[in-house]
Design a protein. Structure first.
Length: 73
């Protein structure tokens, strides 16, 4: 499977900041930063999954059939 760990962590941090933190830091809304991190994590995850699907399809096409040299009893 694709390396889904980092995008999931990024999305989780973004959700926590977006939904659980109600603060403003020097005029910057922490909730807005959380939303941006969440959306970036989801986009990253989708890209990872699409790349993994493409790689798996290429690998299957290039495999050679198994040929047995003798009968199996």
């Amino acid at each position: 499977m694709a390396d889904a760990g980092p995008p999931l962590v990024l999305a989780a941090i973004g959700l926590v900041l977006w939904l659980a933190v109600n603060a403003t830091l020097a005029g910057i809304s922490i909730q807005t930063i959380g939303l941006i991190l969440f959306l970036a994590g989801v986009a990253w995850l989708v890209i990872e999954l699409m790349q993994a699907r493409t790689v798996r399809r290429d690998r299957v096409v290039r495999e050679e059939p198994v040929v047995r040299e003798r009968e199996v009893y």
